[in-house]
Design a protein around this ligand. Structure first.
Ligand code: ZN
Length: 205
């Protein structure tokens, strides 16, 4: 990766955009819905390997890099824990997730498989995150996100998480997908990023 930093815990937020919660038939959460991927799922390569006989869906998300240890006490302090912004794909085995949800079981197996936490390792180190982000598949827009449409802000998410965990330098937070999730196919050409920033390009194999 481009920085001399090892990723630690991979936290994710579910249903953080109204459009996406609705497209999966879910209610709008009243507090951030947190789940995890295993650290071994991190994929910073230029390829996405889809497990055979599985339908894997893309969820385009803004990814936060946590830059310090500890627990913030308020929104202002929460902001100082972010050391970089990037985009990523929370790859999901949707059929398995639907089955697990029906049984009231954790989503873990549907969210964590080899390479399922796709991250553009070129983090942007600016005070504010660029507002708009996108995913193109085969030169066509698949997902477009705008931070103003998030139900919970980055600070809300960090403060909520800090009631549960102590942050480590190198923790990653996937902050939720806008609507437009869909299946990936072998051979798909992926481009994702913030508007007006260099994109990350990947190929599905
Ligand atoms: Zn997601």
């Amino acid at each position: 990766m481009s920085e001399n930093l090892k990723f630690e815990n991979i936290y994710c937020v579910g249903r953080n955009f109204v459009g996406h919660a609705k497209e999966l038939g879910n209610n709008i959460p009243t507090s951030p819905l947190i789940f995890q991927k295993s650290n071994s799922a991190v994929n910073i390569k230029e390829t996405i390997e889809i497990p055979s006989h599985k339908i894997i869906e893309h969820e385009l998300e803004v990814v936060l890099l946590i830059g310090k240890e500890g627990v913030p006490k308020n929104h202002e302090e929460a902001n100082t824990y972010i050391s970089g912004f990037s985009t990523g794909l929370d790859l999901t085995d949707r059929h398995l997730q639907t089955e697990l949800k029906k049984k009231g079981m954790p989503w873990f197996a549907s969210k964590t498989f080899k390479g399922s936490a796709v991250i553009d390792a070129n983090f942007i180190h600016e005070y504010e995150c660029p507002q708009e982000f996108y995913l193109m598949v085969n030169q066509k827009i698949r997902q477009e996100g705008n931070l103003k449409d998030m139900i919970f802000s980055f600070e809300d998410i960090i403060l909520h998480l800090s009631k549960i965990v102590d942050f480590k330098k190198g923790d990653i937070i996937f902050t939720g997908t806008p609507e437009g999730v869909g299946a990936l196919e072998r051979g798909d050409q992926i481009e994702m990023g913030f508007n007006n920033y260099p994109p990350k390009k990947l190929v599905v194999i």
